[in-house]
Ligand binder design. Sequence first.
Ligand code: SAJ
Length: 408
Amino acid sequence: MSRVNIIGLGYIGLPTALMFASHGVEVVGSDTNTELIQTLNSGKLTFREENLEELFTSARSNGIVFQNEYITTDTYIIAVPTPYIKESKKIDPGYVVNAVKSVLKVAPKGAIICIESTVSPGTIDKFVRPAITEKGLKIGKDVHLVHAPERILPGNMIHELKHNSRTVGADYNEIGHKIKELYAKFCESNIVVTDIKTAEMTKVIENTYRDINIAFANELAKICRRENMDVYEIIRVANMHPRVKILQPGPGVGGHCISVDPWFLVGDYPDLVNIILAARHINDDQPEYVLKRIRSIMKEKDIRDVSRIGLYGLTYKEDVDDIRESPTLQLLEKMEEHLAFGIRVYDPFITNNIVEGQYQDFEQFLNDIDMVVVLVAHQHIKENSSKLMNKIVFDTKNVIRTGEIYKL
Ligand code: SAJ
């Protein structure tokens, strides 16, 4: 195996490229974003993630190359975004197809193109294969296709790259095994070789399953609220059953994975989805529910000045700096619609001001508010929970133990 060209150096492509490089694989990481390439070449990372710095240092000392251009080599790994089209809910395969087309311009005969990006079942048949055959190329002869969807959890990526099992879908077993061998350079868990469509479907349903489970927890929270019962205790006890594993309710489901992938199934099988669609609606409506709770707590505590309310947490989940599809941002949009401006916001991970009323100083933020809504369970708030003692706390993540606490 000569050099591997990793295409797309975002949240998945970059850690994967660094992992390969630090395990002795010759890697060229390519991305069309010139600024991103310059940043990486100047020795700086583009996002925060546990243990990523160390991995970056080791990959750089092993000679990883970052550049805009793709190279001529025998293995390509594509990790570009796959958003969904808002109206139809179907996948937008544009970035993947364009990356494949660009690879074809430089790929030698017999090269393997491995797609890591999550795609809806059938995307490779419907969009990627035609992009290859219309160039007069034969799949399986001139070029090989593989789908090896990523499965890592932001916040725990480096550990999971090593320890999670993987799925490799290929048209030919022998090609699948070649890619399996490549991932086995750093992946210490099982690597299952299967066909492409199975790999596509497996990945999407993993995230859909999690979305449904969270929706169930969010629905339970509402039922328990009406009954004045503690949903967290009920879930904790239910989960002691050996075959029950209910996830946690929260302010909504964000990120670029769980809040996106189930829509692919809705878009492609509109006549078959019930539970999948209901779960999406429940989770998407959760910020609205949080707003209702804020209003009722304000009423109960007689808070009339919106500017005395502070939202803690802007990221889509704890201990990451990613704000994509963040429930807090969705809540803020609704608050602008429903309440007057003036709300205050703080997140230790977001060091540039992205919303109105955002603070960079935690103490100052606390000084200026009477009520804090905890929307993200960053380690930071757990460590500083004693500072919330004299505040009215609405804790949507069930992490604060002291003071006057309201829950979902
Ligand atoms: N959330 C809850 N309750 C929970 C767990 C999560 O409300 O009990 C919320 C989070 O706060 C967040 C959202 O759900 O807003 C998604 O967070 P997450 O930690 O569940 O997942 P992601 O989106 O960071 O990563 C998922 C993972 N998929 C699964 O666990 C099945 C990861 O393994 C995938 O690689 C990733 O999607 C992806 O890229 O597809």
